[in-house]
Design a protein around this ligand. Structure first.
Ligand code: B4P
Length: 192
């Protein structure tokens, strides 16, 4: 298996690039944002709990997202690999992911981290908010809160993987096609 983490702040292009990467490499896409939004749309109790956090731009509690990823790993035993998008978002989630993969004799191959300036992030998310209908995209204060959550809780996840030399920074500004090519170049160096 080849397991990849696509990392970066909100609006850095994780979801956008993930769609293209899974099409090229046949990986199973696991986006905690998408899984949470699906719970919200189905009005499950997990979704109702998550919505309170997401609407404020806060991270959903670790135990909720770790439980979701654990089930998703069990539900997909025969895949070529996983693309983790928006997960892990805290060091505790990263440690939990390592333990879950270890149980399957698997590990993370690489973390590709998209580098985008704060100004550009805000611009992109405000623009998406005009059409996405996502309640966390249509208010600049909530967008700023998401960026602060990233800086205070999520950025440390890259330090966690740096200890194992697994982090590669990738320029996240430019056209979607240009960034896709940079990501593919890094994956092609590592995939068998
Ligand atoms: P996510 O769904 O993961 O969303 P995101 O990080 O905000 O956006 P993403 O990075 O995927 O968007 P993209 O750049 O592709 O999280 C939403 C919320 O869920 C979180 O705030 C949190 O509350 C909760 N959550 C999710 N996972 C969690 C976890 N593990 N733990 C706790 N809570 C969790 O796209 C942004 C826009 O930029 C798009 O409109 C796109 O078209 C545009 N864009 C992309 N690339 C571009 C480019 N190169 N140039 C110009 N525009 C571009």
């Amino acid at each position: 298996m080849f397991n990849l983490i696509l990392f970066g702040p909100p609006g850095s292009g994780k979801g956008t690039q993930s769609e293209r990467l899974i099409a090229r490499y046949g990986l199973k896409h696991l986006s905690t944002g998408d899984l949470l939004r699906s719970e919200i749309n189905r009005q499950t109790s997990l979704g109702q709990q998550a919505q309170n956090f997401m609407d404020k731009g806060r991270l959903v509690p670790d135990e909720v997202v770790i439980g979701m990823i654990s089930s998703a790993l069990d539900e997909n035993p025969n895949v070529k690999g996983f693309l983790f998008d928006g997960f892990p978002r805290t060091p505790a989630q990263a440690e939990a992911l390592d333990r879950l993969l270890e149980r399957k004799n698997e590990l993370i191959g690489v973390m590709l981290a998209l580098d985008v300036s704060e100004e550009e992030l805000v611009k992109r998310l405000i623009k998406r908010g005009e059409t996405s209908g996502r309640s966390d995209d249509n208010n600049e204060q909530v967008i700023r809160a998401r960026i602060i959550e990233y800086q205070t809780k999520t950025a440390a996840v890259a330090d966690y993987y740096r200890q194992f030399n697994k982090v590669v920074m990738v320029k996240g500004e430019g056209t979607i096609a240009e960034i896709f090519e940079l990501l593919c170049r890094e994956i092609d160096k590592r995939i068998k």
